[in-house]
Design a protein. Sequence first.
Length: 414
Amino acid sequence: MTHSTLPNGDAKALGFDPDRLAQISPAMQAYVDNKRVPNLVTMVVRKGQVVHLHACGVMDFESGKPVKPGTLFRLYSNTKPMAGVATMILYEQGLLTPDDPVDKFLPEMANLRVQLPNGLTEPASRNITIRDCLTNTTSFSTPATIPLSYRDQYRDALETLGWSKSENFRPYPINSRDRAAAMAQIPLADHPGKQFVYHMGFSILGAVLEAASGQSMGQFFKEQIFDPLGMVDSDFYVPAGSLDRFPTCYMPRDNDGKVELVVQEAVESSEKNIGPKVNFGVGGDNGGVLSTITDYARLGQMLLNGGELDGARILGRKSVDLMLANHTGDMLIPMTGQGFHFGLGAAVYHGQDGKPQIRSPGTYGWGGAAGTTYFADPKEELMGLCFTQVMQAGVMPNNNYQETFQRMVYQSLV
């Protein structure tokens, strides 16, 4: 299939107040003008038609080259919904189920142990499942929560993962199977299903999906998701000839009491540019997928359509329903607070507890560490996307561009 963006639509005919919708662009420009972010690309889609697409800011402060809708963004955890889609594709093909234990595909993940408060370990009460990986309920430890004693006890595994460094430090990146093997050596923080520990299960999910499919996730995503959907600009690494569309990534730093953006990752030294091309992080490891906002909108619209876009059916309708169902019960999702559950790769707002939000119950989506985010509201047949490239963007004072964008999208509806 050849590339195509989603079709443009008439905002008024699609239920928007055009004057209110037009206020989004200058509001986003204000965040760029104040250097709270280097750039912002925003997009609003209703009933499959684009009513707003705006780019402001620069690829990097040095060159001042403007960003465009074709700019390639590091998605980081915005890759997670793609991981859910990939899992559902393999589920439909009969190659796995959400409740399969991961050691069915990765024998090294068998016989995991759990760290006890007294420093001893005990066998895990059950095996980690694919569902645990997708819902962040594996109970794996994180680099921030591992006991200090691990740095000697599990030094080789930690250095393989890049969680600890020494003179013989093995350079990042590593492939998904090496990552899974190293993680299997480290005790869990609790028994599977007992703790919501963000991201860690996705670090082994890629290895599971590769073992089940017999392909690298780079190849699988291309053949099963990107090519059928016409997402021609999406890849885990910068496509040939596209380096001029890949921006610098920034992060806020305190400089004599003033918070300013500094370079977090330069284009020239990025692993996304120089490789080696072995790290297909389906949860966003080391940046995850690179994509444009218009490409990502095609993935999002496919899900809103119940698994199909422009004649390309990626998933059955009930598989999408399963992906977005409540897989975490009443477990609190720390990043969202009350009112949300986690599906297979995305958070869903159910609104049953916590404060009301401007979004409709059933709205789902997720964000990425470098400042990308998207939401999809099935009730309103609405999707909003907001992309920039700033790690730890919330450290910058008053940097609430995501909340402002979402509010302005909804207040434009009539």
